[in-house]
Design a protein around this ligand. Structure first.
Ligand SMILES: Cc1cc2nc3c(=O)[nH]c(=O)nc-3n(C[C@H](O)[C@H](O)[C@H](O)COP(=O)(O)OP(=O)(O)OC[C@H]3O[C@@H](n4cnc5c(N)ncnc54)[C@H](O)[C@@H]3O)c2cc1C
Ligand SMILES: *[C@@H]1O[C@H](CO)[C@@H](O)[C@H](O)[C@H]1NC(C)=O
Ligand SMILES: *[C@@H]1O[C@H](CO)[C@@H](O)[C@H](O)[C@H]1NC(C)=O
Length: 664
């Protein structure tokens, strides 16, 4: 594996500063009177002009042809590095500063890597938004140059909380794909290495900065990454040697009382790309409406969540998160800012709703439907099973089958049934089954109890000991704040995969029971089970989208996977990882060919078919059209099969290493 250490990266940067003089002399710009001035914050303004976005009546700061013409006429050093695609023919797209590059994205240390001057001008044009990466764990390494015991303690104490990572420009919550090259540790004497961390990121506060980053990366053939919160489970928001566009700080939420499109006329919210689920729900609550978002507070709504489909507590009633989208503002690979709606840029509008993040451009804001406030009823609870628990393992499984058998029926009632099965970490062992929660919309508690009575009667007859914590609320926000879990993140020794099981698997009792037996066997072999009973069908009047067709008839979404002890031998590590992809998931593919790309396996064979279903071919052709040179790339994203990361083992694709083409 390639691993550039921090100090080595800094050394390299220094070495390159001394290479060709033309590239490294301080940048200059002409004054009005033609005098040559040093280009700095006092002489170069952010490369932006205000423009009103069509339709929304909202002002954004854009990089325009006029801005580029001005800076070109002032002969700002390096301005051609930021040219729009159609103007960039003067810059050799594949080797921006004269050096030939191979079929890989330019990597730090390559001779074609941008000069100091390029980065300096980039920083000036973005108004000082460029950040040189310091891995979040570096403060824990005495030899990193940024060691700080108190900061290290803070990182260690908050490591499992998503907010720690989301507020850092480059941290990710699945360190496995990062290469675990700078994990925070007490008294660490090792070396903090860059692993898959990007070299630089741009802290986005307005659209023009995204355009500059896109043009700069495209013109210089850099690897480009889009990073919002870092929740991604497959390593899609990180990449070695990349320039990363950090959207987390785009926090605007705007209420639109009446949004009209051919298929919709009603209230909506316009969300900046950095808005998180908790912020969306709080805003919806204060407006007295219901929004469709995920279950975890920290996930970025308009980032990877909506791009990848997005399942929600309201999905059985309103469909996927991506079904709520009315309008999308996006910076395309050619650097231009456009809006996609049902009537404008319609291919993009189709693809951006479910076709996956980091693939077609950088979304800067999204307008979504909201619904009236509504009542919900259900319960949360934990049931333990095992030799020292209130239930035997045999009863636990019978109770689970009784529950599973009812999934299609519950889906028809608008269910959100979210529960987890984890091993009991006691000497005696067993399982812990927790509902987070199980609920129906539009029901009083009395109606809810009537619906689940047959299940509860069966559980009681089986002898299951269970104590539901019932609730009845008049709005989603109260349920979500009181009956949903706070999830911990950033456990490194863990790998997950997922399956979507369609209702048709229940039509034949033998097939259905064989599916149950297989899931049970895999749990018995050591897998966790994070399961959702829901059916995010496309509701009437929702325009077609690229969302995974396997979601539409699913009534059971199951995430499975396993962890391992740190430091186990490589052969054991490979075996554990291979088992998840090629044994556990393979045994389930017969029942559920689809998986959910946002919570899927990075090694999923035929990921195009599994994660996008019958939309994949059209997605590939739109990708070719919008991004012919694959400026955007992420593992398992549309078109990902054309590139790979160098130096990877065959059982895992991390983002540590050069990104190189494998075919045309
Ligand atoms: C604890 C936890 C709970 C979760 N709960 C749910 C849930 O209830 N429902 C659900 O559907 N999913 C859930 N997920 C999965 C979640 O949808 C994905 O991890 C999602 O990709 C996160 O998006 P992000 O923008 O927050 O993360 P990031 O990791 O920052 O980005 C994810 C992907 O989106 C791309 N991206 C981000 N922003 C943009 C942008 N502005 N433009 C273009 N591309 C962009 C990135 O390049 C990357 O490919 C959960 C994940 C975790 C870790
Ligand atoms: C041209 O660019 C300079 C340098 O950034 C800036 O100070 C000036 O305001 C710009 N003029 C126009 C008309 O945009
Ligand atoms: C299939 O199983 C259900 C229980 O879920 C049962 O009611 C039904 O009779 C079974 N059908 C057949 C043909 O055995």
């Amino acid at each position: 594996m390639v691993a550039v250490s921090l100090s080595r990266a800094l050394l390299l940067a220094g070495a390159f500063a001394r290479l060709g003089l033309a590239q490294t002399e301080p940048p200059t710009i002409l004054a009005e009177d033609g005098a040559v001035l040093p280009a700095d914050e006092t002489t170069v303004a952010p490369a932006a002009e205000p423009e009103v976005v069509e339709g929304a009546g909202e002002e954004v700061l854009l990089l325009t042809d006029a801005v580029m013409a001005n800076l070109t006429s002032l002969a700002l050093s390096g301005i051609d590095l930021f040219a729009f695609d159609e103007d960039a023919t003067g810059v050799t797209q594949r080797s921006a500063n004269g050096f030939q590059v191979g079929d890989c994205k330019v990597f730090p240390g390559d001779r074609a890597w941008p000069s100091r001057l390029g980065w300096t001008v980039f920083n000036l044009l973005t108004g000082g938004a460029l950040i040189e990466t310091v891995p979040i764990g570096a403060v824990c390494y005495p030899n990193s140059g940024v060691y700080d015991a108190a900061k290290c303690q803070h990182v260690l104490a908050n490591w499992a909380q998503s907010s720690l990572h989301a507020s850092d420009p480059t941290s990710v919550m699945s360190p496995l794909y990062q290469g675990e090259t700078c994990m925070p540790q007490n008294g660490n004497t090792g070396t903090c290495e860059m692993g898959s961390f990007p070299s630089y990121s741009v802290k986005i506060s307005n659209v023009y900065q995204v355009q500059l980053a896109v043009n700069f990366a495209r013109n210089q053939n850099l690897r480009l990454v889009v990073h919002n919160t870092g929740h991604d489970f497959l390593g899609k928001s990180t990449g070695a040697g990349a320039l990363s566009i950090w959207t987390h700080n785009l926090k605007d939420i705007k209420h639109i009382k009446s949004f009209r499109s051919p298929s919709y006329d009603g209230p909506a919210l316009k969300l900046g790309a950095g808005v998180q689920v908790g912020e969306l729900y709080a805003a919806a609550n204060s407006l007295g409406v219901t929004a469709v978002g995920g279950e975890c507070a920290g996930v970025g709504v308009a980032g990877g969540y909506l791009a990848g489909g997005g399942h929600s507590p309201m999905s059985s009633k309103y469909g996927l998160g991506s079904d709520q989208v009315l309008s999308i503002d996006v910076v395309l690979p050619n650097g231009r800012f456009v809006t996609a709606t049902e009537t404008k840029n319609t291919d993009l509008f189709w693809a951006l709703r479910g076709g996956g993040g980091g693939t077609f451009g950088v979304v800067t804001s999204i307008t979504v439907k909201v619904y009236p406030k509504q009542k919900l009823a259900g319960f949360s609870m934990t049931v333990n099973a095992g030799p020292e628990s209130e239930n035997t393992i045999a009863v636990f499984w019978q109770a689970m089958y009784a529950y599973w058998r009812r999934f299609p029926g519950y889906a028809g009632l608008g269910v959100y049934g979210y529960s987890t099965v984890f091993p009991l970490f006691t000497a005696a062992g067993g399982y812990s089954w927790t509902f987070h929660p199980f609920m129906f919309p539009d029901m009083t508690l009395a109606q809810f109890k009537a619906q689940v009575k047959p299940l509860f009667d069966e559980w009681t007859a089986l002898g299951l000991n269970f104590t539901p914590n019932f609730f009845e609320k008049d709005n989603l926000y109260d349920v979500w704040t009181q009956h949903f879990p706070v999830e911990s993140v950033a456990n490194s020794n863990i790998r997950t995969a997922s399956r979507l099981f369609p209702a048709s698997a229940w039509q034949n009792n033998a097939t259905r029971d064989a599916m149950f037996d297989e899931v049970r066997a895999i749990v018995e072999e050591g897998s966790a089970l994070i399961q959702y009973n829901m059916n995010p069908r496309q509701t009437q009047g929702t325009p077609n989208s690229a969302a995974n067709s396997h979601w539409r008839d699913a009534v059971w979404f199951a995430i499975m996977g396993a962890g391992w002890a740190p430091g186990i031998p490589e052969t054991e590590l490979a075996a554990t990882n291979n088992k998840i992809t090629h044994n556990w998931m393979e045994r389930l593919r017969a029942f559920g060919p689809g998986g959910y790309g946002n919570e899927g396996d990075v090694m999923e064979p035929n990921f195009g078919e599994a994660f996008f279903g019958n939309n994949y071919q059209r997605l590939l052709s739109i990708k070719r059209e919008v991004d012919p040179n694959d400026l955007f790339w992420a593992p398992t994203a549309v078109g990902a099969e054309r590139w790979t990361i160098q130096g990877q083992p065959d059982w895992l694709l991390t983002q540590v290493g050069k990104l190189c083409k494998i075919s045309n």
